[in-house]
Design a protein around this ligand. Structure first.
Ligand SMILES: Cc1ncc(COP(=O)(O)O)c(C=O)c1O
Length: 257
């Protein structure tokens, strides 16, 4: 289901209801979200749960990967927290990649209905095999150990978020929403693309080859017209990258490209 800047990148209960057909098997929600950075509120999740309640055959998967990278006043909440009656058909997914910067350790985990998890294990063990025991013990240490490492990380991400969003919005023809968490910004640059006569994929390629800045085109997420910036890097790198993006865009806006 498509969303955009105008609806805050959020799925409404009406849109969800309209998208459900006899063939619908699975509803996946990711909040806080990659690539938008938005997080659903308790009230919004309740509304989505109300729609799903009317469709008992749909399995629900909540990808809580950015659970800890969230700066809203309201603490993290997922659809199961607000609608515990959906327990028997909900899979909760998470991992250690983001909150503990353990991307390379390749550990994710899921909790859900016994039969479903059993089937997932069968597919996974025969396709990707298993992560090393070393990674599993390291992930356990991250999850069960002292959690004080999260706070300074969160503070750094929020500072970078504020900086990146302000810089993007100061650029002509760029619109970027403030986000609730994660380390992504997804500005709408469609007016710039129109002027440049190129799509977001082409623009990202040019930015990479000419300005040496790596971004992900919105098209990769089904969102042409947008670009995704990750701010999981230093302020110095961000400042440098945003200078280059600004220069690149300004040449397009002034018709110098
Ligand atoms: C929403 C979301 N879920 C899951 C993952 C998977 O992370 P990994 O493969 O590092 O465990 C990512 C990584 O970008 C993500 O953004």
């Amino acid at each position: 289901v498509e969303t955009g800047l105008a609806d805050g990148f959020k799925l409404s209960p009406e849109k969800l209801q309209a998208a459900i057909t006899d063939k619908t098997r699975l509803f996946i929600i990711n909040s806080p979200s990659n690539p938008t950075g938005v997080a659903y509120t308790r009230a919004e999740l309740k509304q989505l749960a109300e729609v799903l309640r009317q469709h008992p055959d749909i399995i629900i998967a909540t990808d809580d990967m950015y659970e800890h990278i969230l700066w809203t006043k309201e603490p993290f909440v997922n659809i199961l927290n607000v609608a515990p009656d959906l327990y028997d058909r909900t899979v909760v997914m998470n991992g250690v990649s983001k909150a503990y910067s353990m991307t390379g350790w390749r550990i994710g985990y899921a909790g859900g209905p016994r039969e479903l998890i059993k089937a997932m294990k069968k597919v996974q063990s025969q396709s990707t095999s298993n992560p090393t025991s070393i990674s599993q013990v390291a992930a356990l240490a991250a999850l069960e150990g002292d959690q004080s490492c999260i706070e300074p990380m969160l503070k750094a991400f929020k500072e970078r978020h504020d900086y990146v969003v302000a810089r993007l919005n100061a650029m002509p023809e760029v619109s970027c929403l403030e986000s609730s968490g994660t380390f992504y910004a997804l500005p709408d640059i469609s007016p710039i693309l129109k002027k440049a006569g190129m799509d977001d994929v082409e623009l990202c390629e040019k930015l990479l080859n000419e300005s040496h800045v790596a971004l992900i085109p919105g098209t990769a997420f089904g969102a042409p017209g947008y670009i995704r910036l990750s701010y999981a890097t230093s302020m110095e790198n961000l400042s440098n990258a945003l200078d280059r993006i600004e220069l690149f865009f300004s040449k397009i806006v002034q018709n110098q490209r």
